[in-house]
Write a protein of this length. Structure first.
Lengths: 257, 353, 261
């Protein structure tokens, strides 16, 4: 690696390392009580303990399964809804306003409603996550389809493509960047909502681990859980970004949302 | 621009110099804040010693002359919530159950146990038409329980008696008020709750599968009145005087079971529920604030159990590291009540002197 | 144009959506009045309306909503301004970017909702924790979007500034900020949208004071589905109004750009 790149990477480490040092100092000299801010060393021990007891792996696996299920369901439905609204004006006219209204309500607002209807089991959680994952995917799919350049559609008309061919050969490929952004948004929404659902009503899962730890005044476990959640989210996002760059190798991938 | 910055700076400095006095260490606080689990009926009143204090103005009798007020905080999330509030210096005292008191201290919360509390049965309730007939059938079921409270601790003991562990069932964390709704709405298949179970049974909403009534004392709650260590260090005199009020209240509550039970209904619990819950228990025993053998052995056994169940990370010796009898002993001496309550042994029986 | 013409035009444009709504409400009324769905799960529309009127009259809805609005304002202002400052700093200074970007990107990954248990431990359940939580939620979209906005200012503009020898302040206020404005406005929109969601979420999780989220969760606890629906509708309406407000702001600031919702 060039010296310049090394320098840049080191610069990026300064602030985190500084924070770590301050954190360690503050907890060591009890400026901040340890029950509020566990020292970094203790966090590592806790993480190790959670890892070896299998507690972390078990709960993360359940949460990830829920995310996968909710994301798959929600993104698929979102794609279908978005395509329907984007392709057929009639659908857009009648369903559009309804969709736009529903998406105004912050997803967490639906929580109490869903719990009353679906109970506190898995059905509720998957439904909740799917609902959240559906919306950004539908939106981005719609935007992508609507945003197809008119000249492409001209080409389709010239070649006398039927609706289906038009969709699969021209529209969807051209909408791909939007679709991929939609997937990313969908996934990060799903990840956030699994934590939310588990914080409210679950018996297992990383969100539940946090809830129980809070009830037992184990701040270290709460902090470790938050970090694990962050790292998982990060890798999930990176994975999709990789997929995005592969599929859009000609075009510039979007950086953030 | 310079002018604006200049005047801003002057304003900030002035504010800092003559600003709020919350940082000043007064020789006594203006308010003593005590936390207690909020009742299932949401009323901002208490039963037990705090109830006596409220009804008979005991706090004002001691502290009015100093201009100090009592603020009772009803915490929805019960013991665990009180721990969080103590940790944020939002409370000075708290009266909580065995598990939260121990978990707080073991988790690094700097408190001192200054008086004991005891009593508190746990019940297993199921929806009225539930097919569950025995505790063994709880296996694999959805169970609502307020995690981190004494009912959670009791649940573990009850399950163990039936060959089950917490891994054989699915615990859903719910506050007291939520659990009652959950049972009624059949959101959960069973619940570990307090004497509210009796009320649910009376209303025809649930069946009571099991109760710790009549069981050995280890199955019941043995909590504590705890104080923030920093508060006790700063205002030992205030703590001593508060303990006087507490002991007086406990004494008044120990005199007449009927009268005390009537007072306890002010939180909204029906009288019949209170009577059934406390049947066979001596009101003197229920209100003893002493750290006798009963309490100490209960606490030690609890600590061992909680450590084994990974509810706490480290064990400690309650008598050496956590309990501070000095305030209680001073209060008992002041009020000449040293021998009012007998010392109860590990089985809850009064020791012969 | 007269009022009636305006209203007729408005309805005419939106009548498709309204038909869908009327159909839905009709189905809803039918389901509940014909007892296909029990009242505990789905109270009839007129019950919901009655509850709504009751709560407005008693002032509870107003007070709760007001409390929530105050919280979102405080949290949003703090988080948004801090986010703007850091984002702008990182945008103009390469060193600042290199110093802070990795950390910001890492912290950004924590689903904002996951912060709540930690914040409650650190800040208690009173207003401070809610406002901190909202502030954090408002902070991240603002940092990212301000940064991107500043970076996206065309080099041509900066050249112009150099030619005219603009001072630092002038450069920032006349060139950089206006150039970054679209992204900044997007950031504000994301920030505000997230903030509203977080107000509701933090109130549900702390249940310590009056607020629309507290009202919602309290209604669920009490089994009052009618009140739950009222709260959800109110929450949705406020979110909609916030969006509309921002849309107006956007049009004002960028008259020529097409506003996307």
């Amino acid at each position: 690696m060039k010296l310049q790149t090394i320098k840049i990477k080191l610069l990026g480490l300064i602030v985190p390392v500084l924070l770590l040092a301050v954190w360690d100092y503050v907890t060591r000299h009890e400026i901040f009580p340890a029950q509020l801010l566990p020292p970094p060393g203790m966090l590592f021990d806790t993480w190790l303990d959670m890892q070896t007891s299998g507690e972390l792996a078990l709960n993360m696996r359940i949460s990830l399964l829920r995310v996968a299920a909710g994301f798959a369901l929600g993104a698929t439905l979102g794609f279908l809804v978005g395509t329907a609204m984007g392709t057929w004006t009639v659908v857009d006219q009648y369903l559009g306003p309804l969709f736009n209204t529903i998406r105004q309500v912050p997803i967490v607002g639906w929580l109490p409603f869903l719990i009353v209807w679906l109970g506190i089991g898995e059905v509720f959680k998957i439904a909740f996550i799917s609902l959240g994952a559906l919306i950004p995917m539908a939106l981005k799919t719609y935007e992508g389809i609507r945003g197809v350049s008119p000249s492409y559609l001209e080409v389709a008309r010239v070649f006398e493509f039927n609706r289906f061919k038009q969709l699969t050969r021209i529209i969807l490929p051209s909408a791909l960047p939007s679709l991929l952004i939609g997937l990313r948004l969908s996934l990060s929404e799903a990840w956030m909502l699994v934590v939310a659902a588990e914080l409210v009503a679950a018996s297992v899962g990383i969100g539940n681990t946090m809830t129980v730890a809070r009830r037992l005044f184990q701040t270290d476990v709460v902090l470790v859980s938050v970090i694990v959640i962050a790292i998982t989210g990060y890798f999930g996002n990176k994975l999709l970004a990789l997929l995005e760059s592969q599929l859009l190798s000609g075009r510039r991938p979007s950086s953030a949302h | 621009m310079r002018k604006i910055l200049g005047s801003l700076l002057t304003a900030v400095v002035t504010m800092a110099a003559f600003g709020s006095t919350t940082g000043f260490a007064a020789d006594h606080p203006k308010v003593i804040r005590i936390g207690t689990p909020s009742g299932s009926y949401g009323k901002a009143v208490s039963s037990g010693p705090i109830g006596e204090i409220q009804v008979k103005d005991l706090f004002d009798q001691e502290f009015k002359k100093d201009g100090i007020k009592l603020e009772v905080n009803y915490i929805k999330t019960a013991g665990p919530g009180c721990n969080e509030a103590l940790s944020n210096n939002a409370l000075d005292f708290a009266s909580i159950g065995d598990l939260p008191a121990v978990a707080g201290f073991a988790g690094g919360l700097k408190t001192r146990a200054v008086a004991s509390t005891r009593g508190g049965n746990t019940y297993v309730a199921v929806p009225i038409d539930s097919p569950i007939k025995s505790l063994k059938q709880l296996k694999g079921k959805k169970i609502g329980v307020s995690l981190g409270t004494y009912m959670h601790a009791a649940a573990l003991k009850i399950l163990a008696d039936n060959g089950l562990t917490e891994n054989d069932v699915t615990f859903f964390n719910m506050d007291n008020a939520t659990v009652l709704t959950a049972i009624a709405a059949k959101e959960v298949e069973a619940a570990f709750i307090s004497s509210d179970a009796i009320t649910l049974r009376t209303r025809g909403v649930a069946r009571v599968l099991y109760t710790t009534q009549g069981k050995p004392v280890f199955y019941q709650n043995a909590g504590a009145l705890i104080v923030r260590e920093e508060f006790a260090r700063k205002y030992p005199d205030i703590v001593r005087r508060f303990l006087k009020v507490w002991v007086k209240a406990s004494q008044l509550h120990s005199l007449d079971k009927k009268a005390s039970q009537k007072l306890d209904t002010r939180v909204g619990t029906p009288l019949l529920t209170v009577q059934e819950d406390q049947a066979g228990q001596s009101v003197l025993y229920l209100n003893s604030p002493k750290f006798d053998d009963m309490w100490l052995s209960h606490d030690r056994r609890s600590i061992a159990l909680f450590k084994a169940k990974r509810l706490i990370r480290k064990t400690f010796d309650p008598e050496k590291e956590w309990v501070d009898r000095s305030f209680l002993d001073a209060a008992l001496k002041d009020l000449k009540l040293e021998n009012f309550w007998p010392d109860y042994d590990a089985n809850g029986n009064p020791k012969k002197k | 144009m007269s009022i009636s013409t305006r209203v007729a035009g408005f309805i005419g444009r939106r009548y498709h959506g309204m038909i869908t709504f009327l159909v839905l409400v009709g189905i809803w009324a039918a389901l509940s009045h014909l007892k296909v769905v029990p009242a505990e799960l789905l109270p009839a529309p007129d019950t919901v309306l009655k509850t709504f009127i009751q709560n407005v009259a008693s002032g509870l809805l107003g007070k709760s909503l007001w409390a929530s609005l105050i919280r979102i304002t405080q949290g949003f202002l703090i988080g948004c301004s801090l986010g703007f400052l850091l984002g702008a700093l990182m945008g103009v200074s390469l060193t600042a970017e290199r110093l802070f970007a990795p950390l910001i990107n890492a912290l950004r990954q924590v689903p904002i909702i996951g912060w709540i248990p930690l914040i409650i431990v650190w800040c208690g359940i009173a207003d401070m924790s809610k406002i901190t939580f909202i502030g954090i939620g408002a902070f991240f979209p603002m940092v990212v979007n301000t940064f991107e906005g500043v970076r996206s200012v065309p080099h041509g503009y900066l050249e112009v500034a150099r030619v005219f020898e603009f001072g630092k302040w002038k450069l920032l206020s006349k060139i950089v900020v206006p150039g970054a404005l679209p992204s900044i406005v997007t950031g504000i929109r994301l920030s505000l949208g997230t903030s509203w969601m977080l107000v509701v979420w933090s109130e549900i999780n702390t249940r310590s004071a009056l607020g629309i989220g507290d009202m919602l969760d309290s209604a669920r606890e009490g089994g009052r589905m009618d009140l739950v629906i009222v709260c959800i509708i109110v929450i949705g309406v406020v979110a909609f109004l916030i969006n509309e407000l921002l849309g107006l702001l956007e049009t004002q600031l960028q008259g020529w750009k097409k506003v996307s919702r």
